[in-house]
Design a protein around this ligand. Sequence first.
Ligand SMILES: C[S@@+](CC[C@H](N)C(=O)[O-])C[C@H]1O[C@@H](n2cnc3c(N)ncnc32)[C@H](O)[C@@H]1O
Length: 322
Amino acid sequence: MATAVIPQQSRPNLAGDVRAGLCRPGQKELPSKYLYDEIGSALFEVVSLLPEYGLTRADERILQRHAAEIVSRLKPQVLVAELGSGSGKKTRWLLEALSGRQCTTYCPIEISPTALARCESELGRIDCVSIVGFERPYLDGLLAAAARRKEDDHLLVLFLGSTIGNFDRDAAERFLTEVRRILFPGDALLLGTDLEKPLPQLLRAYDDSIGVTAAFNLNLLARINRELDADFNVAAFRHEARYNDEDRRVEMHLRSMRDQIVTIPRAGCSVSFVKEETIWTESSHKYHAGEMEAMAKRNGFRCDSQWIDTEWPFAESLLIAE
Ligand SMILES: C[S@@+](CC[C@H](N)C(=O)[O-])C[C@H]1O[C@@H](n2cnc3c(N)ncnc32)[C@H](O)[C@@H]1O
């Protein structure tokens, strides 16, 4: 079926965000969305295959086993929008189940053009599914996808892979409220959340034995070198995954191995690092399965159903807009 890409209207402000995150006092930070350039998106695909990173396989097991049941709980005619689709590999199960009962438009929404292109080639040949990809940030893309709905269409929004865990808890709530604002009553959100599990298992998932996650994290510095002419000595930083007990999240950091000064000409700044100082690059919040019901309620949804993978504790929750 047909495939179309709607390109981004405005580029993300890498220079401004790097300056804001690295040139301020206190903990240095970089937004995790910048991990996904061409190399980062390719590395994330490899991360999702690692034995230590059970999350993607757990999510896929749920979708594979329960696709027919998930689809049976939806209104008859749906337009599917996926936030941060990545390669979209797991989504095939849902699209195939849907295409058995209706022809479907699928709108992957991605800031990474590489991930979007991969998604389109992965899912572009399913009978009765047409793809309209949006190279946009989540909510801009969702608004654009929602504008394509026909009179009888309901929206099914997919937010898989526990990507919601990259938001702080308050920001995740605000995000759900914003998503709900774009939906009509009866529309659905399928939300994947990684659940708490023993600490060694969690930490290994973000610090694997062959260093792919480390490369994924360090690539952010290499990206800043490539795109902003910076002079990060990538070998002078080390990947670190740590668990923040109070906030129930794994944090990825890049630790400076010595005192150093980095110049970032296209961000108009120089940044000093003291030995052992870190840049915080990503958070992955973990949830209890029972939290979803209250979280849904607080943001204008009801939790219709939930499927849990027990091999790698992970939940898919089907939330219906009220
Ligand atoms: C953790 S990966 C998950 C990919 C896929 N959904 C999965 O479950 O395997 C997050 C994806 O969201 C995309 N992304 C990150 N921030 C985004 C944003 N603000 N707007 C749109 N896409 C974003 C990234 O490019 C990446 O492909």
